[in-house]
Write a protein that binds this ligand. Structure first.
Ligand SMILES: [Zn+2]
Length: 357
């Protein structure tokens, strides 16, 4: 569990001071990283100087949407003061936010399979334009809280028409409303939108934070395995989830046989790894990504053996890692995947037997 030791001790409204033990599920306890951003927001709320629109910038899978949702929960919670930027987790408002049913929390994002955020989600269908959609709903009076909060995920996937529709809301934000725009990078966001939002940058999670979350969510029960996934995850739970995908797990265990030298024939094992990569995904970019992960997994495998290795073994492990890095360059370049992976597996097996390439 992450602690809030670096943050000031939360202050509760006087009427709730004697019920602190009731406030057991602090909304930020299950949230990893980004303490600076939480603190910045807390100070802004405390001073009563919150902007109407924020641009949350950073790679996918690091907690930007959860950050925005937690902020909404803190502002809606009826048992904590807004200035504390915390939430009890048990009041009806908190429960509604957690169940994604709070009437004053609006959320939209790009539907699966679409490459653009449909304008209908912002301003309604052509026959009901301006009478529904996020911009319309945000302009209505709050139903149970004292403000509305909107989360617009995939803001980078807005086309120009959508961005222009949103611009009107940004120019005349409804009183008290807060809008979070979520994007992996700032460049795809139109300058007119950008200039009306306060940017908050998010950085990848620490390896230990990813590992913690994987175990806490039950995605990976073995802490050591979670640590390996975390090391490969680039600080992103979204990447970690892909690495934990059943098919990718299968790839890794096949490769592990090759790395451990338990397979009888290196060439046959190499072919089976390559076939598995081709079967798991039909499109070349995904195949390349999977192949890249396999290579990084091999590097992790050898790194983990280095600590307890004798000098002689360490030399061999280093040569194997160097061969992996060469393969990584090949896969990032244009080398066909079978050529790259089969060559790698065969060479790793040879190096494992003490051969010099
Ligand atoms: Zn609450």
């Amino acid at each position: 569990m992450a602690s809030l030791t670096s943050a000031p001790i939360p202050r509760y409204a006087p009427e709730f001071r004697d019920t602190q033990k009731h406030i057991a599920t602090m909304v930020w306890d299950d949230f990893r990283g980004h303490r600076e951003q939480i603190e910045m927001f807390r100070r802004a709320v405390d001073r009563g100087r919150t902007a109407h629109a924020f641009l949350l910038i950073g790679p996918a899978g690091i907690g930007k949407r959860l950050f925005a949702r937690n902020i909404a929960q803190c502002l809606f919670c009826t048992r904590t003061a807004n200035a504390d930027l915390d939430a009890c987790g048990t009041c009806p408002a908190c429960q509604q936010v957690q169940a994604e049913t709070h009437p004053d929390l609006l959320q939209i994002g790009c539907p699966e399979g679409k490459s653009e955020l449909p304008i209908e989600l912002l301003v309604g269908t052509p026959d009901r334009r301006g009478r529904e959609g996020l911009c319309h709903d945000l302009s209505l009076r709050p139903m149970s809280a004292d403000r509305k909060v909107a989360i617009l995920d995939d803001a980078d996937l807005m086309n120009e028409a959508s961005a222009n529709a949103l611009l009107k809301t940004l120019e005349e934000p409804p009183a008290g409303s807060i809008l979070f725009l979520i994007t992996p990078a700032v460049e795809p966001i139109l300058p007119t939108i950008r200039s009306r939002c306060q940017p908050i940058r998010f950085h990848p999670l620490a390896e230990s934070e990813v590992a913690d979350l994987l175990v806490a969510h039950g995605d990976e029960t073995d802490p050591q395995a979670a640590a390996i996934i975390a090391r490969m995850s680039e600080g992103s739970l979204a990447v970690a989830a892909q690495l934990l995908d059943e098919g990718v797990r299968g790839l890794r265990s096949r490769l592990e046989e090759v790395l451990r030298g338990t397979g009888t024939d290196a060439m046959a094992a190499a072919k089976s790894v390559t076939e598995a990569v081709e079967e798991l995904a039909k499109d070349l970019p995904t195949q390349r990504r999977h192949a890249g992960w396999l290579i990084r997994f091999a590097v992790q495998f050898y790194t983990s053996q280095l600590e307890s290795a004798s000098d002689e073994t360490a030399d061999r492990l280093v040569r194997q890692m160097e061969r992996c890095l060469e393969a990584q360059e090949h896969i990032d370049g244009a080398m066909p995947i079978p050529l790259c992976l089969e060559g790698l597996c065969v060479d790793l097996a040879r190096l494992g037997r003490g051969a010099v390439l």
